[in-house]
Ligand binder design. Sequence first.
Ligand code: HEM
Length: 501
Amino acid sequence: MEELYTLLPSLALAGASLVITYLVLSRAATVRHLHHIPGPTWASWTPLWLVRRHLRGRVSRDLAEISKQYGPISRIAPNMVLVSDPFEIRRVWQVRGPWYRSRWYDMFHFDQPVQTVLSLRDNAAHGALRAKLVPGYSGRDVDNLHSVVDRRIADFVDLIERKYLSTEGDYRPMDLAEKAEFMTLDVISDMAIGHCFGCLQEDRDTFGQIDFVTGSLPLLVVMAVVPGSLVLLRNPIARAFLPKDKIEGALRMQGLAKKNAAARYGPDKIVARDMLGSFVAQGLPYDNAWLETFGQIGAGTDTTATAIRMTMFYLMSSPESYGKLQNELDSAIESGRVSSPITESEAKQLPYLQAVIKEGMRTWPPVMGLMPKVCDTEQIVCGKRIPPGTDVCWDAITIMRNREIFGEDAECFRPDRWIDEKDPDRRKIMEQIQGLCFATSSRWECLGKSIALLELDKVFVELLRRFDFSLVNPMTPFSTYDVSIAIQSDMWVRVQKRHNK
Ligand code: HEM
């Protein structure tokens, strides 16, 4: 027995060595299967390299640096590659291609009873569900899209007039980052669950959605890049550690979405020509219907708010573009080409406005997430062999700032590039690549694209026709925490009434 005790340390050491050797060898096999793709050494051994980039809160910009260093394709995790060639990403995302969503998308489905269109990974199941949602999202089955957007933008204007108009003797700074999200939350809640959250009317995040996103999204996205770790979220013990105050608002929102959907089923069901009514008419069961409407809050608020904030930021820091847009609006209003509120078709006739909207999203793509796609067979991407099961991610920043496509000054916000380009072929390519912001022409093209564009078509006109905006802190204009889905805050602006308007 005594001998056994003396042997124990050596046995433990031998056991540990065996485990470590096994782990190193199995990892070495994974490392080898993508060894022909350049990238940081640590990234090929462990996802922690990518996790660290996420935790620093500037992952998209870090990844753009990686593309600069290693070229159009680079390895960013043991099983993940990053692609910055826009044409290759268009090919991977194409409608009829063999690629499908990778396990990264599991972060959009952790304890819900059924999958949503945003979390479904299987192409056939995704396509079937998507077909039932298109009539609602396209507005074909829905009567109230325009009036909802008009009402909520009117609330935004009203809030500014009530609380945030600065004059020479009265300084009332406003956090544009926060108010833009109030607006998009009010639009989507009104449209999707028939209950406007009233953030603009009360001037507060009534359901704690911003807190929920900033409190939970970073954790989710980080877990999404560590294979298998999302399983933890489905474990009730691990879930007990989630911050209760942060998820309380989300649970209340879920409750509203369920209640609203429940009224559309059963013998006394309400029939309406709104988004939910369309989903029901297309045959969606109750669980799918409420989850799709609830999912719109996640998919459609931060994204559109980012487009509003960042476009306003670029306008405020580019006086020439700001002036040109305001002149276009003023002369259109004077010549009676713009109603109040502006209609969508009137907005589409304003070329500089359209150029500003495109350029704002190009310069700062609202969705910079990795959005990895995977294939069951070996593929060639950027001339490199991609083994089956490898996650292929996009590098949003590098793609949107490609100089061959958008010109030498691609990193600058210059809406005129969309007006000046007269060659139809070049212009078409610019449109196609910028369209990747909405995953246009892919099987996962944003379903809310026309709703987002409707908001953008209207909001800048209604704000800029009435007010002048300027940055309070041009040296630190806003904060951003970028975990591949970037969250901006503290964009303080000074708003003044345009007296001649
Ligand atoms: C400027 C604003 C927006 C941008 C840039 C944007 C961008 C995107 C992108 C890139 C995708 C593709 C994701 C993937 O590859 O899997 C997507 C999907 C989606 N978006 Fe948006 N989005 C915006 C606004 C909205 C809005 C307002 C809604 C809802 C009202 C919405 C609902 C959706 C849905 C449901 C999907 C999933 C589509 C599918 O899987 O077939 N989005 N969006």
